[in-house]
Design a protein around this ligand. Structure first.
Ligand code: NAD
Length: 304
């Protein structure tokens, strides 16, 4: 079987993808691109047969079927457009684009190329978010009415590892721009899309201690295309991390645990009988991966 040839752009987060594509029987990693010698040397230590580039245009001249974008967060759209225009499939790290016009340009490039473009929003693929999607699609909680989702990640203790210099994107990116870890699963589970949005931020107080000038906390509310409301906490910094999703439907509600044992899913099915009595059934369990369970164990993906 001929394997698809994969090239990874950006070899920090990109190491996780290189590992994933190496255990995938249908793919092989043949090239990487990064201008940081330290990262490329560290990556290549126990590997052979991978060509290293420090220039993205030169990297695109390599024989590649798939380009994986793990370069700076705010520079994905132009890199994706170049790769699509050169006839490659693209897997892009979050976020897809930083302005509306970049988004339109990206969509047009995808349509014209007829190639696969995928945003690698890995939080949609936790065992419990996949289980929420299955339950929703089976109609267990009815139609989506209201949801909440949040991604609070206090990275101050390892900020120096995550950033390189004061202009690094993590130091200035508005909190609300990094919203896919929270909103992504809600969109995928309910198959609804935001059509209106209003948002606010908590001004920078805490993260300035480590050199960030962007806001500490971002909150926005979306009206979805079925009129449901979603309250989103985008990437925010504050004491105690939280990755949490709560979805209310017409027949029930589901959420993962918020503060501890967060892989546990809680499901409440509510019935109102003719006498207007409420009957509630509750179930709490830790869902397992239904697909790719063994591959998940072998890979070094961020997320579970
Ligand atoms: N999904 C997740 O859970 C998750 C976790 C971490 C990071 N990320 C995403 O991964 C991406 C990368 O983040 P990171 O943590 O690796 O840090 P980073 O953004 O600092 O790393 C980017 C890497 O790309 C290289 N690079 C950038 N532009 C280049 C260019 N023009 N030519 C050559 N090399 C170039 C840099 O040298 C660096 O090694 C970001 O988009 C981030 O949002 C996602």
């Amino acid at each position: 079987m001929k394997k698809l040839k994969v090239g990874v752009f950006g070899i920090k987060r990109g190491v996780a993808y290189a590992d994933l594509f190496s255990v995938n029987p249908y793919t092989e990693v043949v090239a990487i691109c990064d201008y940081d010698d330290f990262s490329t040397k560290k990556f290549l230590k126990d590997k052979k047969g991978i060509t290293v580039y420090n220039n993205y245009d030169k990297f695109l001249e390599h024989d590649l079927d798939i380009v994986v974008l793990c370069n700076y967060c705010t520079e994905h759209a132009p890199a994706a457009i170049k790769a699509l225009n050169s006839g490659r499939h693209v897997l892009s790290e979050v976020i897809a684009c930083k302005t509306l016009s970049e988004g339109v340009e990206l969509c047009r490039a995808v349509e014209k190329s007829k190639k696969v473009y995928m945003l690698a929003e890995n939080y949609c693929f936790f065992a419990y978010t996949q289980e929420m999607e299955r339950l929703y699609k089976e109609g267990i909680i009815g139609e989506y009415l209201y949801g909440e989702c949040e991604y609070v990640h206090d990275c101050r203790g390892f900020w120096h590892i995550l950033t390189s210099g004061k202009d690094h994107w993590r130091n200035w990116l508005p909190s609300t721009y990094y919203c896919t870890h929270s909103l992504g699963p809600i969109i995928k589970i309910t198959n609804t899309r935001p059509v209106k949005v209003v948002g606010f931020v908590v001004p920078n107080t805490l993260s300035r201690e480590v050199g960030r000038i962007g806001d500490d906390w971002g909150v926005f509310i979306c009206i979805m295309d079925n009129n449901a409301l979603t309250r989103v906490i985008s990437w925010s910094t504050g004491p105690h991390d939280s990755i949490w999703y709560r979805i209310h439907g017409t027949k029930g509600v589901m959420e993962n645990n918020r503060w501890r044992d967060t892989d546990v899913l809680n499901l409440y099915i509510v019935e109102l009988n003719e006498e207007l009595e409420i009957k509630e059934e509750k179930k709490s369990y830790t869902p397992e991966f239904r697909k790719y369970k063994e591959e998940v164990k072998k890979s070094r993906a961020w997320g579970k």
